[in-house]
Design a protein around this ligand. Sequence first.
Ligand code: PGA
Ligand code: ZN
Length: 425
Amino acid sequence: QISKVVAREILDSRGNPTVEVDVLLDDGALGRAAVPSGASTGTREAVELRDGDPSRYLGKGVLRAVNAVNGEIASAVLGLEASAQSEVDNVLIALDGTANKSRLGANATLGVSLAVAKAAAAAAGEPLYRFLGGPEASLLPLPLFNIVNGGAHADNPLDFQEFMVAPVGAATLADAVRMGSEVFHTLRLSLKKAGHSTAVGDEGGFAPSMSTAGEVLSFVTQAIADAGYTPGKDIAIALDPAASEFYRDGAYHYVGEGLARSMPEHVDYLAGLVASYPIVSIEDGIAQDDLAGWKLITRTLGARVQLVGDDVFCTNVSLLREGIAAGIANSILVKVNQIGTLTEMLDTAQAARAAGYSVVMSHRSGETEDTTIADLAVATGCGLIKTGSLSRSDRTAKWNQLIRIEEELGSAARYAGASSLTSRP
Ligand code: PGA
Ligand code: ZN
């Protein structure tokens, strides 16, 4: 039974305030969870409540969400069974009473929801991945390592937000991490040699002052080869252009190149990149409001490439169902804070897989030392995860947790490799 709920304001990886929640049970078990925060957010995400008080944290304080947890929410969940996750989450949803968690804040509800799950796992004496996923939970996900940052995550001219490498040919998760790290460091040397900055962006990937995706992809493909791997076979490439960020008035505005591409030209350009580089996955290649664009890219590339919907679905089961009915994308990114409770995220993931869409577990660009999503990836058996680069503790914390889970599973552990991708290279 939940006996105490305490929230506080802590810092995320960008130095902005965020919510952390402790849930204590009457048997002494403790669950602690910290809430992440996005920069390139979808317009239909659940609401992250910020104080807007300019005298604190430049308006970004989260004391309203903290007070909601310590007051109203604590009163409503005290005495509930922590192991009854969906019951607790339904209380949170009903108490908030809005469609997008705008009254209490999704940062308030999510902190409680995840801390309750972790407290229940602690009380059961089980690791979170097994408590939620059962004894069969043994699939270690294919990592998508974000080694070059652009868009809203860096101050360079790159229009595309994320350039990722995926060790599809690794034998184990620990091997995949090693291969990713080797490519990361090999890329660092080649950038340095070419006179580029090796400073990193919000997710720990390099943020060189390049202006085209092609230039980055050439460097990344070469770094894969220079590290001793075969591009495509051992290590493939994934993109998140986060296209909602540079789409306006019906066109895609490439600031780095100083030109705009019409929707069909933009899809053509992406298809050209797929033809030239070993790209197996594209997330948000199309803007959230460009339904015609989503239909065209799915028709054009959907049979070959994993097309992941992030902003367009917002981890929201209704938006996902609309997308499935419209025949767009073949994969969904799930971010717990886009929807605000663990139960709703799990429902969305399940609906996606039932429709044959793959599921990518995801961090946000603003993270903390909290590693819950590593466990959630294994618990759901989704087989895919993106949680940033191979530097900065807010990112490596998740990779390290997956290494620990793989070790703990021992001979039961299986590494997903390319098996969970919806792409058919
Ligand atoms: P965000 O970026 O956390 O800044 O939204 C991640 C993503 O777009 O996938
Ligand atoms: Zn995205």
